[in-house]
Design a protein around this ligand. Structure first.
Ligand code: GLU
Length: 444
């Protein structure tokens, strides 16, 4: 797991705090990208200009700089972000990521995607996102704990169980959420602590977490692929797939696809890419990555390939499950898949998507494809609020039902209005928010 100086030479990548400055590169484009997606759907549904104005900008943007004592006694200052885009449908909801690329623009774009995602899923939530600009592999567990707790403390009542509910995202997990919940609850009077447990979702089972929340996003990716396959008379058995990012989302999506009889033939992570035409065993690769600082590189059951050849791999299904802006006008023409299932948020930019659609490649858009995570978060929130404990079977059944409903809506919309799936998903999401604004009016 994350331990200081664990980036071994084996991985051919040495990251220091100095060269770890954010590559602000793609952040700006991500905002432009989400706004372009939004505006073209807004044009499609003839969205009221006032509502277009409201949704084009974020409601609140919180930036906190906070000091944390490192293991060696030195103090380091960190920058944390929380952007709350919109709460017309309910409390703000969305993950926190720990990554060098986290900055205000990235948080803005990701917060907007959460608004569309929760709306499309029919949840009583708005959208938010945030995180800390850091590379977690450079810090020990005890440092990460202090960073997380101090960040939670700095956010104060900018988050809250009925106001803004964070969850895991890139490089954060149930442990991160346990620290957050504990810290937040600790700031409340004794008698109110327990009722604040649902300030975050994605907690460990045993600390208010939901059975199955760990696999929910990946399961959702798989499930939407299966729904797409059913609609298109496409048999998943013996199909090949490739995965970018072998974290929580990529691993679980691959796990369920393999169970369905599909074959994983290439994987890319932050350290490089691997390939085996005959198939890479998902569980075996996952166990290997756990023992190899989270990296798939040098796995004995596959050969190393150049990163730039990864997207060009001849396959049936491509699952980007890492960061945003990965499929662009630069590489869209090289992609050799029939279907792209967006496990990540914003992996395909507008220009890249145009090329893919022209080439007849289908895309299950992020706000539908990876919505299993936030849907399960909603179940966890309900479980905590109602003092219940749900069983895995019940969770998966309810998740399946919700995903099915969303998929049907998107699929039918796209058929009836002759749009691609992303435009359909956006139109449905935006119309639901528009309705709420029309009903309530604008204060005062
Ligand atoms: N970070 C996840 C997402 O991007 C989950 C958010 C949540 O559960 O609130 O959808």
């Amino acid at each position: 797991m994350n331990k200081k100086n664990q980036n071994s030479k084996k991985n051919e990548m040495i990251i220091t705090k100095e060269n770890n400055k954010p590559k602000a590169v793609n952040a700006k484009n991500m905002v432009e990208n989400v706004l372009e997606q939004f505006n073209s759907a807004a044009d499609e549904i003839n969205l009221h200009p006032n509502i277009r104005k409201i949704l084009s900008i974020t409601n609140n943007e919180i930036i906190v700089h906070f000091p944390v004592k490192m293991d060696n006694g030195e103090v380091e200052i960190f920058s944390g972000y929380r952007v709350q885009h919109n709460n017309a449908l309910g409390p703000y909801k969305g993950g926190l990521r720990y990554h060098p690329t986290v900055d205000i623009d990235a948080a803005r774009a990701l917060a907007m995607w959460m608004t569309w995602k929760t709306s499309l899923a029919g949840l009583p939530y708005g959208g938010a996102k945030g995180g800390i600009q850091l590379n977690p592999s450079l810090y020990s567990q005890t440092e990460l704990e202090r960073i997380t707790r101090r960040f939670t403390y700095a956010l104060g009542d900018n988050i809250g169980p009925e106001y803004d509910i964070p969850a895991p995202d890139v490089n954060t997990n149930s442990q991160t959420m346990a620290w957050m919940a504990d810290t937040y609850m600790g700031t409340k009077p004794q008698t109110q602590r327990a009722m604040n447990q649902h300030v975050v979702t994605g907690k460990p089972v045993g600390s208010g977490g939901l059975e199955g929340r760990d696999r929910a996003t990946g399961y959702g990716v798989f499930s939407t692929i299966r729904l797409w396959a059913n609609k298109n008379n496409y048999i998943l058995k013996d199909k090949t797939f490739i995965v970018q990012g072998f974290g929580n989302v990529g691993y679980w999506a691959a796990h369920f696809l393999e169970k369905e009889g599909a074959r994983m033939i290439a994987v890319q992570d932050a350290f490089g890419s691997i390939y085996n035409e005959k198939g890479i065993e998902v569980e075996s690769l996952f166990q290997y990555s756990l023992s190899n600082n989270g990296s798939v590189i040098n796995y004995s059951g596959a050969e190393r390939i150049d990163n730039k050849n990864f997207f060009a791999t001849n396959c049936d299904i491509l699952i980007p499950a890492a960061l945003g802006n990965q499929i662009t006008e630069q590489n869209a023409k090289d992609i050799n898949a029939k279907l792209i299932a967006e496990g990540a948020n914003g992996p395909t930019n507008v220009e890249g998507e145009k090329i893919l659609l022209e080439r007849g490649i289908s895309i299950i858009p992020d706000i539908l494809c990876n919505s299993g995570g936030v849907i399960a978060s909603y179940f966890e929130w309900l479980q905590n609020r109602n003092g219940e404990l749900w069983q895995m079977e019940e969770v998966i059944k309810k998740l399946e039902k919700k995903l099915n409903e969303s998929f049907e809506k998107v699929f039918n919309y796209s058929k009836n209005n002759d749009t691609d799936l992303r435009t359909a998903a956006y139109c449905i999401a935006i119309e639901r928010i528009e309705k709420a604004y029309v009903q309530r009016g604008i204060f005062p």
